[in-house]
Design a protein around this ligand. Structure first.
Ligand code: ZN
Ligand code: ZN
Length: 424
């Protein structure tokens, strides 16, 4: 058992960010990322919980199929995964929870760092800095296009600083898998690892905030539900016996059109989106299989639940219309959460002390979702306070696009903010 060579560079946060940007892993496949995080924190002397102890396996949503899990695991093992930890993560158990216990009693502070990348083919043009400077994704089809590489980088540098001079109380960092799609945090909640946190902060880079600014609380996060519907029909020769077929693709198409016309809810911000339909094999075969991926969002959990129910009715109705079977699976879900005043104030003070300018979030940051809300709610239910804060970073391209690139000058500012929060 050997530890991989440490990441080196000008600053730990930037070096880690670039290493992870080069090796992006999507939700529940973060074997290389998570094992290296666990190994680094363990070497610093933190208490490290990983694998099935850090998340309840059955509570995960949208876990990739076994061949995909196996392939990503093998790839990670061949690309510098920490073999002291990666074995326990097999099958997509990629959460890491690391705690530093200080020399004196004090507050228990919890921070969230999400680790997953997105299924995006990164742009290769010379105008894109990761490509120009040689740290673009080497795994085509996956890309850090939301800044989570920066989140992990900041957390590791923070951990190093805290280790050198441990604060009172305790600091726990929740390295979360599968934030995208709302699939990972909910599985960490029932472990109880967040139950004794007094102050919980999830800090997200970008979100339309410029470098040098921050916002102590973003309250406009939407609840969402992500559904996968599979229509089952019967194949037949499209010309010789179309009447014998049951066309699954027609079910998917009818459902897609119906969903686009879903009735909206007065007084609430809502979204409905079908992001993908697929099915069939050839022009002369009635397709017996089709898949639809869709999501609903709303600024209120109950409104989102209602939208989800209506969406499910449309999927079943479309199936009935075309004589099909349909299975509808919830593959991700995110709830809303609101910041506590005390947590807001603590982050506000820390940000100002770090030299950052507090700003009101831009209007368009209110349309996102983040499943850190699951951890926030748990902390709040147990008497702690929580907030979802934004850290400014000028962006070369928008979140979730092939040209996304964050401003690395934001990373030391984020580390400073979090250190001041903890020592404050
Ligand atoms: Zn994202
Ligand atoms: Zn994100």
């Amino acid at each position: 058992m050997t530890a991989p060579a440490p990441v080196t560079g000008t600053s730990t946060a930037v070096a880690w960010r670039r290493d992870l940007h080069t090796h992006p892993e999507v939700g529940f496949l973060e074997f290389r990322t998570a094992s290296r995080v666990a190994g680094t924190l363990a070497d610093l002397g933190w208490d490290v919980v990983t694998g099935r102890a850090a998340m309840v396996a059955a509570q995960r949503l949208g876990v990739p199929a076994q061949p995909e899990l196996d392939e990503a695991f093998a790839r990670a093992v061949g690309a510098g995964a920490d073999d002291r930890f990666v074995g326990g993560m097999e099958g997509g158990h990629t959460a890491v929870v690391a705690t530093l216990h200080g020399p004196r009693p004090g507050r228990a502070i919890g921070l969230r760092a999400d680790m997953d990348a997105l299924p995006i083919l990164e742009t290769a043009g010379p105008f894109h800095r990761p490509a120009r400077e040689g740290f673009a994704s080497v795994w085509p089809g996956a890309m850090h296009a939301c800044g989570h590489d920066g989140h992990v980088g900041m957390a590791i540098e923070l951990a190093q600083r805290l280790t050198a001079d441990p604060p009172a109380g305790s600091v726990t960092i929740f390295f979360q898998p599968a934030e995208e799609g709302g699939r990972g945090a909910r599985a960490m909640v029932p472990t109880g690892l967040a139950d004794r946190i007094d102050l919980f902060v999830a800090l997200h880079l970008g979100l339309s905030l410029p470098t040098g600014t921050f916002t102590p609380a973003i309250d406009g996060l939407l609840a969402n539900s992500k559904l996968r519907a599979v229509f089952h029909g019967r194949s037949a020769h499209a010309s010789l016996a179309p009447q014998d077929g049951r066309n699954a693709l027609l079910g998917a198409a009818s459902a897609t059109l119906a969903l686009a016309g879903l009735t909206r809810v007065a007084g609430h911000d809502t979204r409905v989106s079908v992001g993908r339909i697929s099915g069939g094999t050839s022009s002369n075969i009635v397709p017996d299989f089709a898949e639809v991926l869709l999501e609903t969002r709303a600024d209120d959990g109950a409104v989102n639940a209602d939208l989800e129910t209506r969406a499910r009715s449309m999927l079943h109705g479309a199936a009935q219309m075309h004589g099909l079977g349909v299975e509808v699976e919830l593959i991700g879900t995110v709830t809303t959460a609101r910041a506590d005043a005390a947590a807001h104030d603590a982050v506000a003070a820390a940000g100002r002390a770090a030299g950052l300018r507090a700003v009101v979030p831009a209007a368009d940051s209110g349309v996102a979702s983040d499943d850190a809300t699951a951890l926030m709610r748990r902390v709040q239910e147990r008497g702690g306070t929580a907030t979802y804060a934004g850290l400014g970073s000028d962006l070369a391209g928008p979140h979730h696009t092939a040209t996304f690139d964050l401003d690395e000058a934001a990373l030391p500012l984020g580390v400073e903010l979090m250190e001041r929060l903890i020592r404050g």
